[in-house]
Ligand binder design. Structure first.
Ligand SMILES: *Cc1c(COP(=O)(O)O)cnc(C)c1O
Length: 381
């Protein structure tokens, strides 16, 4: 093993003060988690009714500066409903990045729509506004009805879904401009970026809606859970659709449209309230850990991934860009064989069997990153 891998393993082991296996990301419960969860059990309100769901929604909305927030059973469900409410229907196209977690594309497919893969920017790892503009000017036109359609077969391009990779905000000014110009709904997959701000504004609040995830590996967790950030009217629709579309009534069961059982249980929301109280402390610790890595890689042939200009990133998952695939494989091999968990970035979505025939632009940056990016242990002490 070359010196540099030995030194990297030592840096990680020093930080965590352990000779045991070191995971990529583990949750930390340092606050009132036990207390709040016990309260739901004592009250018997562990399921679909209870005060912690309302409180968690209000607390997240306040933190993110969103008019409203609607809690869901997971982040994928949140994105599914957000896309439906953005008007995505069977047969539509939705622009997204090929470099993402599969849930982004699955939510599009649940609507009966198809993803269109457009390249990412090297500086943000998020959807490129320039590449999106390029793809649209090559393939789309705005109709007299102001609907954006493909020139070739008249498919409606209804929405676009940028994803804030590892917590680093995508270039939102550009993405807002392009989606407005083409009359395409902007829905942000902010699953990884709770606590990340673009020019002082929280990610997930730039478009018609944005979604969060509180899965066990995210910056804060509810066990499993998600959230839709939106304005009052959209949030009211989201609440209705995620709670089986039941109309309020003292005793009758009236469901006025096809709804979903996507509600977050009170038990999970209790955990979320306790976690959210610690979010800023978590982010400070993560940023300090990221600084360690940044210093380590300074002057090496590898490039540590840092927050884009004018952004504050939550540094949810640390990542480094290797020189080439050979160096990437060496890093993965030498760390994992020593009980320090590192992982390559996701395989591009257009390489998965269910999305391999989707439309796509030139994906040179995504391909380049796919061969080089490695995620490093990112929990904090
Ligand atoms: C975690 C994640 C989601 C949602 O995941 P759930 O497990 O359904 O909460 C969606 N998109 C991205 C990019 C994610 O990382």
């Amino acid at each position: 093993m070359s010196d540099v891998w030995q030194q990297l393993v030592e840096l990680v082991r020093d930080y965590y003060h352990t000779k045991d296996f070191i995971p990529l990301h583990a949750p930390v419960f340092n606050g009132k988690e036990q207390d709040y969860v016990a309260q739901t059990i004592d009250s018997t309100f562990v399921s679909s009714v209870g005060t912690f769901v309302d409180r968690f929604e209000d607390d997240i909305a306040t933190y993110a500066g969103s008019p409203k927030a609607v809690a869901t059973v997971n982040g994928t469900a949140a994105l599914h409903i957000a896309l439906k409410l953005a008007g995505v229907e069977t047969g539509d196209l939705v622009i997204t990045q090929p470099l993402t977690f599969v849930a982004t594309c699955n939510a599009i497919a649940y609507c009966g729509a198809e993803p269109v893969f457009v390249d990412v920017d090297l500086g943000t790892l998020g959807l490129s506004a320039q590449a999106m503009e390029q793809w649209l000017s090559n393939h789309a036109k705005l109709g007299a009805d102001a609907v954006c359609r493909t020139k070739k077969d008249g498919k409606v391009i209804r929405a676009c879904v940028p994803m804030h990779t590892f917590g680093h905000p995508a270039e939102l000014d550009g993405l807002c401009k392009v989606s407005q110009r083409w009359n395409i709904a902007l829905v942000e997959d902010a699953a990884e970026s709770l606590g990340s701000f673009y020019k002082g504004q929280h990610t997930g609040t730039f478009g018609v809606s944005g979604t969060l995830s509180f899965n066990g590996n995210k910056i804060i967790t509810t066990g499993g859970g998600g959230m839709i950030l939106a304005n009052e009217a959209t949030a009211a629709r989201a609440k209705h659709l995620t709670t089986t579309a039941k109309k309020a009534h003292t005793y009758e069961y009236i469901h006025d449209e096809l709804g979903y059982n996507y509600r977050m249980p009170n038990l999970n929301a209790a955990l979320g309230c306790a976690q959210l109280e610690q979010l800023e402390a978590f982010i400070s610790a993560k940023r300090a850990l990221a600084d360690n890595y940044k210093s380590f890689f300074q002057g090496s042939s590898m490039q540590f991934i840092t927050e884009p200009p004018e952004c504050r990133s939550n540094y949810w998952l640390n990542g480094v860009i290797c020189e080439d695939k050979k160096q990437r494989d060496e890093l993965l091999e030498s760390t994992n064989s020593r009980g320090v968990m590192t992982r390559p970035i996701w395989a591009l979505m257009n390489h998965l069997p269910m999305y391999q025939n989707c439309r796509r632009g030139d994906l040179a940056n995504a391909k380049w990153l796919e061969e080089r990016v490695v995620n490093l242990p990112s929990s904090f002490k």
